[in-house]
Design a protein around this ligand. Structure first.
Ligand SMILES: NC(=O)c1ccc[n+]([C@@H]2O[C@H](COP(=O)([O-])OP(=O)(O)OC[C@H]3O[C@@H](n4cnc5c(N)ncnc54)[C@H](O)[C@@H]3O)[C@@H](O)[C@H]2O)c1
Length: 439
């Protein structure tokens, strides 16, 4: 037995308490055997980062578009390729320990759920899921399968966000009265469409049926769905809130220890039956925590060019609100956390002698590989990322019923008195693609 294998088994033996027995059965060499689903776009960067871990080994790559393997093939040659993740799981079976999910949002839950049901560790892109119900099921399944998980909002582990979180937790601006967060992008800014365009022939490289997956049948059209522009469409993406909420609200959740909101209300412009609104404001109320001034905390989200009142930030002349980010309004000052840059403290006179100590980054990708190999825990696991994603996607439920304050009964997953909103908590699945609730 070589040293690395001996070390692995020794590490495993000490870490196995509370760790899935399935890992022992599956992989007794020293490397984590990983498959990637979605190999270009963000998938290429996820797989490149994860593959740079000395104990990561790819055993399968899956993409529904055969043209999208080019870069990953060059970087990691000789790895078997698949179009359908279900066939890949079935063919490779217990030879797979862990799965990286980097597909469009509408497929995250179907792939991650199947992986966890089979006892595999999961790294899944943000937002964790496409509906509130799916985010809840993923959290429950991760706990049930006792696998190691990480959401792909990698900035969670970046120096800039960790620094802001530490300052808030240390009380540098006192207890928090309110938070305002924004991203200037528009919810249908990639296509600017409000209805599906005329159909066109499907490119030979693309399996359109597999790309649609859980979503209802619709005709292919070029340059509006695959790649990247699916974000604008309600059936596939989650608008600007889904694209950036899990990034920008992450330091808000981590710093303040937030969980489920008690209510949400949204208004917007440009809503139609197909794409996300061009601009919106979403107002949450969360239960207070030990870091907040009151028994409740208002958190307001703005996108599509809407912004908080800059006067709230107490910015000095010549300083503007960041392109995207948050302002934490504290009893003793304001912290602006840009997305992604170092936090700033205001009013400037009050904090002129204060030195912000930069916190080190941690490797978001390697932390997940380490957790899967040794049984340590990740900080962005589904226990944390599930409720964050639920809150983000609850905002998208509110945006579909503009101007109505929705009380959220998180335990029952109900919006009492608003059945018209409740139907958006969960999507319908195309025949053959139903996701079963965690039993
Ligand atoms: N964390 C970040 O900073 C960050 C940045 C960009 C995107 N993302 C997230 O990454 C995910 C992918 O976004 P993107 O911009 O790369 O999209 P994209 O459309 O550019 O790429 C998606 C890739 O997945 C493939 N794919 C689509 N459906 C598939 C399926 N069912 N099975 C296998 N492969 C499939 C596509 O062919 C393509 O190669 C999204 O969830 C997005 O929100 C995260």
């Amino acid at each position: 037995m070589n040293t690395s294998r001996r070390t692995f088994l020794k590490t495993s033996a000490t870490a196995l308490l509370g760790f899935p027995a399935v890992l022992r059965a599956q992989n007794l060499n020293s490397k984590l055997q990983i498959v990637g689903v979605g190999c270009d776009g963000k998938g290429f960067s996820d797989l490149s980062e994860i593959g740079s871990h000395a104990r990561a080994q790819f055993v399968g790559f899956c993409d529904v578009d055969s043209n999208r393997f080019t870069k990953i093939d060059q970087k990691f040659p000789g790895v078997p390729r698949f179009a359908d993740f279900r066939q890949m799981f079935s063919k490779l079976g217990t030879g797979v320990d862990a799965v990286v999910v980097s597909t469009p949002d509408h497929m995250h839950a179907a792939i991650a759920m199947e992986a966890m049901r089979q006892g595999k560790h999961v790294y899944c892109q943000k937002p964790l899921a496409h509906s509130v119900w799916e985010a809840r099921q993923l959290r429950l399944q991760a706990a049930k399968s006792r696998v190691r998980t990480q959401m792909g909002n990698q900035i969670h582990s970046a120096s800039e966000y960790r620094t802001g979180v530490k300052l808030i937790r240390e009380g540098v601006i006192g207890k928090i009265l309110a938070v305002h967060s924004w991203q200037r992008n528009s919810g249908n800014g990639h296509t600017k469409l409000s209805a599906p365009p005329a159909s066109a022939p499907v490119p030979e490289s693309l399996n359109w049926d597999l790309w649609l997956g859980v979503a209802p049948q619709r005709d292919f059209a070029p340059d509006v769905y695959h790649p990247f522009k699916w974000r604008d469409w309600q059936e596939f993406g989650a608008g600007t809130m889904g694209d950036f909420g899990c990034h920008i609200l992450d330091p808000v959740f981590t710093a303040l220890g937030l969980g489920s909101p008690v209510s949400v209300r949204a208004d917007n412009e440009g809503l139609n039956a197909h794409t996300w609104p061009s601009a919106e404001t979403i107002q949450y109320v969360f239960p207070g925590t030990k870091y907040t001034a009151g028994s409740t905390l208002p958190v307001t989200w703005y996108d599509g060019g809407r912004l908080p009142n800059p006067a709230l930030a107490k910015l000095p002349p010549g300083v503007e609100l960041a392109k995207a980010g948050s302002i934490f309004i504290g009893e003793g000052g304001v912290l602006m956390q840009p997305h992604v840059a170092m936090p700033q403290l205001f009013p400037i006179e009050k904090f002129s002698g204060f030195t912000i100590e930069k916190q080190p980054a941690s490797n978001h990708y390697h932390a997940w590989v380490d957790a899967a190999l040794t049984g340590t825990e990740t900080s962005d696991n589904f226990e944390y990322a599930g409720p964050l994603t639920e809150a983000v996607l609850l905002g998208n439920v509110a945006t579909r019923i503009p101007g109505v304050k929705l009380e959220w009964d998180s335990a029952a997953m109900r919006l009492p008195g608003h059945p018209e909103a409740e139907r958006f908590l969960r999507r319908s699945y195309r025949e053959g693609w139903t996701i079963q609730a965690v039993g």
